[in-house]
Every structure is written in structure tokens, then in C-alpha cells.
Design a protein around this ligand. Structure first.
Ligand SMILES: [Zn+2]
Ligand SMILES: [Zn+2]
Length: 176
């Protein structure tokens, strides 16, 4: 009797540990597959991009030669400034010595260049984070200074909707 009981209890323990083990393995493998497939798409995109001889665009700020921040490779989404300049901007500081920010402190659509006039009054003192860098031709890899303009978030948003720029599936969308 005692022997049977003990073997039953061993079997039960074994069963429990088997259940826990397979449960863990299946969860792990789901997570692993998800993570690896996400990662490998980005990695594949990156390898493809660089193997085609393309270079990560340079920071738009004058005098800065750093590569821009890559937001994600899955959508080939690049920011237009480097991490160094971005950090300075977020802290409300000027870029480091020798570098000039391309960004104006007003919305350039006050001249109605987008076909409508910026609705914000001219003397409004814009906080820098509602002024966005916009690529005029919609090519987010074209960081030449004549392809950049500063738009307030309202004008940027309207332009984005008109051009389909804000579609998350669009290559290199730019929301900052
Ligand atoms: Zn920079
Ligand atoms: Zn505006």
C-alpha cells in the first residue's frame, strides 16, 4: 500500500513537472518565434539596404556629419537628425559647437507655401517641440538643406494627410 502511494505521488509530481515544462517550452517558443521573426525582418532590411550601397542619411544640421537616428528598419524609418543633436534639442539646448540647427523658430507656412496659410498668428512664440522638420519632396532620405522646411504641427499634419505621409505603412514616415 505504502509503495503504491509513493509511486503514485512520484508519478503525479512527474506529471506536474512535465506539464510545467511543456507549458514553459511552448510559451518560450511562441515568444522566441515572434521575437526572432520581428528581428530578422529588420535585420534583413538593414542588410539589404547596406548591401545595395546605400548609406544611412546624415544629420540635417549644418556642420554635423553624424548618421541620423534609425527609428526602425522594418519600415526604413529614419529621423532627420543624429542622436547628439536630438538630445540637445530635447533639453532645449543649442547643438554642440560648430553645428547649427536647420530648424527655424517659426512655421515657414506663414507664406502660404502649402496652398493655405498657417492658422497660427505670426507673433506666436512656438515651443520648439511643436515645430517639425519636414522633407519638402516627401523623400525622407533626402536630407539636403534645400529639401527641408520647418512646419508647425498643424501645418505638418494637414500636409501629411494630403500626401498620405502619415500612413504607417509608408516607407520612411516622418512624424517628428
Ligand atoms: Zn547632428
Ligand atoms: Zn503652421
Amino acid at each position: 500500500m505504502g509503495i503504491t502511494k509513493s509511486s503514485e505521488s512520484v508519478d503525479f509530481k512527474g506529471f506536474l513537472s512535465y506539464k510545467l515544462h511543456t507549458n514553459f517550452l511552448s510559451r518560450f517558443s511562441l515568444w522566441h518565434n515572434y521575437f526572432m521573426s520581428e528581428k530578422s525582418l529588420g535585420m534583413k532590411n538593414k542588410e539589404k539596404y547596406l548591401s545595395e550601397g546605400k548609406k544611412i542619411p546624415k544629420c540635417v544640421n549644418k556642420g554635423c556629419d553624424n548618421d541620423v537616428i534609425v527609428r526602425d528598419w522594418k519600415y526604413f524609418s529614419f529621423k532627420h537628425v543624429c542622436s547628439n543633436c536630438k538630445n540637445a534639442e530635447q533639453k532645449g539646448l543649442s547643438p554642440r559647437k560648430g553645428v547649427t540647427s536647420y530648424k527655424k523658430n517659426f512655421c515657414e507656412n506663414k507664406d502660404s507655401r502649402l496652398g493655405f496659410q498657417c492658422p497660427v498668428s505670426e507673433d506666436f512664440n512656438f515651443p520648439m517641440n511643436v515645430l517639425h522638420g519636414d522633407h519638402i519632396d516627401g523623400d525622407h532620405e533626402n536630407n539636403k538643406s534645400d529639401n527641408l522646411q520647418t512646419l508647425c504641427s498643424i501645418c505638418h499634419h494637414i500636409k501629411g494627410h494630403k500626401s498620405g505621409d502619415f500612413n504607417s505603412a509608408t516607407k520612411g514616415r516622418d512624424l517628428s
